[in-house]
Write a protein that binds this ligand. Structure first.
Ligand SMILES: [Zn+2]
Length: 334
């Protein structure tokens, strides 16, 4: 696959009116979720520590703004900035930084400046995500974590239950993969350059009872060490992920966000930008379920012990420069 030029018109700003379909209807009064430009401007003209105007928060957002205990060392700023996409966050004005921080602290909120997938791609998004779901259910969740793009296409050709991927779907997947996500507010670097990159099966180890895999070497060693030091209550909730897996997660997240790419990428790295491709992994606590993927995880005894080990760091601390929410469960590999 050749890298495609970014296609104008693929994205559309949220100010563009959408059709009447429920998927793309914008939340009425969406601006009430967050202070618009005016309060920020007022704040900037006041050289005090005056707080920004209050804005409405949903329960989810409130939870995300609770103070967190035991936060590990923040990500090194210089390293992140030098490797980020196009925007040097350090060069932003105070107002812009303030606006940026509000977004990642209220990652599930809808902001007036959010960027949406062009509604013309709505059915393509939904159908392609469903097509990939058929692949996953046919080959199994574990195998899907490692599946390469070419293997996915092959599975479509070989199994009638899945069905072949057509040219329009492939174009769509390529556009999602090669688009520059800083356009919609994700500032992490590109980890995988080609959509066809694959994970060597002999470089991964299956982790018992998890359905997930870890890269042999540093990832596996770190995971074993954490389990050894903290105990069997710690579980692997996601390990190494192929581009196909990350793509499927991102499409599902975009559907969940009604096409709002900015909102989706505040919770999930776009395909090609996930450190799960190079060894990062997610951990959780047995019995915590879905809350393992919320800030709640940072209040567990296990998390506090992990944070105190001294050798574990997380990829997305609070107020990180990637444009991503706080993810206490996501372990960083150096
Ligand atoms: Zn993760």
């Amino acid at each position: 696959m050749n890298k495609r030029a970014f296609l104008e018109g693929f994205f559309t700003a949220s100010t563009v009116a959408f059709g009447g379909h429920f998927m793309w209807q914008r939340v009425s009064q969406q601006d009430s979720l967050i202070a618009p430009a005016a309060p920020i401007a007022r704040e900037s003209s006041t050289p005090t520590t005056q707080k920004p105007d209050a804005f409405e928060l949903t329960p989810v957002e409130l939870e995300a703004t609770q103070p967190i205990q035991g936060i590990p060392t923040p990500a090194p700023v210089t390293e992140v900035v030098s490797s980020s996409n196009d925007i040097n966050i350090e060069s932003l004005s105070d107002d812009e930084v303030d606006s940026y921080l509000r977004k990642i602290r209220n990652f599930d909120a809808i902001f007036a400046s959010d960027i949406y997938l062009d509604p013309r791609y709505e059915s393509m998004l939904i159908n392609t995500a469903a097509h990939m779901s058929r692949v996953e259910s046919y080959i199994g969740h574990g195998n899907f974590n490692l599946m390469s793009f070419d293997e996915m296409l092959q599975s479509g050709r070989n199994f009638s239950y899945i069905g072949a991927f057509g040219p329009e779907e492939l174009n769509f997947l390529e556009e999602v993969f090669f688009a520059n996500p800083s356009r919609y507010g994700f500032f992490g670097k590109k980890i995988s350059r080609e959509i066809t990159e694959s994970i060597a099966r002999n470089e991964v180890a299956k982790i018992e009872d998890s359905g997930h895999f870890l890269l042999r070497g540093e990832s596996l060693k770190l995971y074993d060490q954490i389990k050894n030091d903290v105990g069997d209550e710690v579980i692997l909730t996601s390990g190494v992920r192929s581009i196909v897996k990350q793509m499927h997660l991102f499409l599902a997240k975009t559907i969940e966000a009604n096409g709002n790419l900015s909102r989706a990428s505040r919770s999930l790295a776009p395909p090609g930008h996930s450190y799960h491709g190079v060894g990062d992994f997610d951990i959780g606590k047995i019995g915590l379920g879905e809350r393992n993927f919320t800030a709640d995880f940072s209040t567990t005894e296990e998390y506090k012990r992990i944070a105190g080990l001294g050798y574990v760091d997380i990829r997305y601390p609070t107020d990180n420069l990637f444009g991503v929410r706080f993810e206490p469960w996501h372990i960083k590999i150096s």
